[in-house]
Ligand binder design. Sequence first.
Ligand SMILES: Cc1ncc(COP(=O)(O)O)c(C=O)c1O
Length: 354
Amino acid sequence: MAEKKLKDWIKPEVLAQPAYRVKSPGHQIKLNQNESPWDWPIDFKQKVLKRLLETPWNRYPDLIPNRLKKKLSELIDVSPQQIVVGKGSNEVLQALATVILRPGDEVCILAPTFAVYRMLGEQRSAVITESVLDKEFRVDEEDLLRKSQRAKLTIIPNPNTPTGTLLPLELIDKMAAGADGVIVVDEAYVDFSGVTALSLLENHPNLVITRTFSKAFALAGFRMGYAVMAADLAPEVQKGLLPFNMDIPSLLTAEILLDHAEWVQTRAGQIRKERDRLIARLNDLPGITAWPSHSNFFLLETPFGPEKTFDFLLSRGILVRDVSGYPGCENMVRITVGTPEENDILCWAIEEML
Ligand SMILES: Cc1ncc(COP(=O)(O)O)c(C=O)c1O
C-alpha cells in the first residue's frame, strides 16, 4: 500500500535513483571526500567567532551577499554582477539545472564523473548523454564536442572526478563556441590543477564556471560555493535559488577567509607536492597502480580489488572511497591526498597489505 502511494507521489525518475551515499565507518585518517586535510588555524576561527558574536542573529542575512561578491570579484578579477553565491557549488549547480532544464532536454556529462550531475538532470526529467572516457581516462574530444553541441546543458568538472583528468582549455573554448546550450565547467579542484577557464568567459555568453570553498579553501563544513558567468545570465540563475539561501555564519566566514587567501594557496601547493610524491612512491610498489591526477585525489588499483583494499585500509584506520561502482573504475578506490604524515601512514599500510 505504502509502495503504491510512493509511486503516485514521487516522480518515477526519482524513485529509480539510488540515494547519494558516502560510507563513513569509524576511522582515524579521512581520505575519502577530497577535503583539505588541514583545518583553519584557531586564531582565524576566533576572528570568525568574534564577528559572529557582534552580529545580530535575529535578522535575515543580506538578500544578495554583496560584500562577499565584491571580495570574490577582486580575487578572480571579474565584475560582482557576474557572480551567484550558493550553499556549496552543489546549490549553484542545482539552480542552473532548475532555471535551464525542461523535461526531455539533453544533459551532457562525462562517464565516469561526479554523481550529482546525473541526479540533477534526471530529477528534472532530462535525458542524460554520456561521453565515455577511454581506458586511460582520456576524453574523446570529438565525441564530447558532438554531444555537448546538441545538449541544453553540459556539465564538466575540470579536473574530473573520480579520475583527476584535465580537459585542455582549447577544448572548452570549442565546446562553448559550438554549443547552443549552456556549458558549465565545475572548477571545484582548480587550485590543484592551476588551469582555469575564467579567461574564456568574455567570449562565451553560454559559459558558466562553478567554484567551491569545500576543497582547497578548507571550508566543507560551512557550505559555500559560487558560479561566474555573463552579467545578464547571473540574475536569471539567481532566481533558481530560494530567497535568503545563504546563512550569516557561512557568509561571514567566507568573507574573513578571503582576507587569508595566501593560506589557501600555500596549502594547495603542499597538496600538489604531496600528490606527486605519493603517486610516485606508490607506483614503485609491485602490483600497484596509482593513476596520474591533476587534483587532490587519485585512483588506486591493487592486486586485491577495491573491496578488500577498502577493508584493509579501514582496518588500519584509513578511510578511502570505494569507486568501483563508477564505469571504468571497477577495480579501483579513490584516495584523497592527506597531510605528509597521513600519506606516509597510507604508504606503510599499502606495503603491509602487499
Ligand atoms: C566535482 C565536484 N563538484 C562539486 C562538488 C560539491 O562541492 P560543494 O561542497 O561545494 O557542494 C564536489 C564535491 O565533492 C565535486 O567533487
